[in-house]
Write a new protein. Structure first.
Length: 189
């Protein structure tokens, strides 16, 4: 069943003030206070960003403020992922929405290594894509990852996404050409 494009809500303009609650995570709009020493450590930690093109950049307060400012007044979102208990920041998510097409491309970074493999990424992912598909009436949500990123492929598959396309040997990781995988989930799937 097709959704009337006029009923779609912009993720960037309709995100709930109190955030979104998953079973393990709380998703809140990322703000200036979230640009902390800890956040900058994640972005500059080669282990944390090893599957991201962030690994080619050096991040500081000024670059992070510019990045945050790029989301202001748009349909896009930058979110802070927090533990539901204790509300400690553990990562970030992005949403890049194409409202005329009813699509949203989502990204995630779990910066706190101590929570890796404990289901926080999957919970945050499922919470956000459910809200995008149902709450915003987006018709399709997408995400991409390197073929070597086993954890992200697990998240995609466990959240009901399917492999949509492969760009063979698209990026170089550890001096080896690596496939870039694109996953998708449709609202009516």
């Amino acid at each position: 069943m097709a959704v009337n494009p006029k009923r779609r809500k912009s993720p960037g303009k309709s995100f709930p003030v109190r955030g979104l609650r998953g079973e393990k995570t709380l998703l809140l709009r990322f703000g200036p206070k979230d640009i902390s020493r800890r956040y900058l450590m994640w972005l500059n930690n080669p282990e944390v960003v090893r599957f991201s093109n962030q690994r080619f950049r050096k991040h500081d307060v000024a670059s992070s403020r510019r990045y945050l400012k790029s989301f202001a007044g748009t349909d896009n979102l930058l979110l802070s992922i927090r533990e539901r208990r204790g509300k400690r920041a553990i990562g970030t998510m992005t949403v890049h929405a194409a409202m005329p097409h009813g699509t949203a491309d989502v990204g995630i970074l779990i910066g706190e290594i101590s929570v890796w493999g404990k289901g926080f990424g999957l919970d945050a992912w499922k919470t956000l894509i459910s809200w995008l598909l149902v709450g915003c009436s987006m018709r399709k949500v997408t995400g991409g990852t390197l073929a070597s990123n086993i954890g992200m492929k697990y998240i995609f598959e466990r959240s009901g996404m399917h492999l949509e396309a492969t760009r063979q040997e698209q990026e170089i990781v550890h001096e080896q050409p690596t496939d870039l995988l694109y996953y998708a989930r449709f609202r009516d799937a």
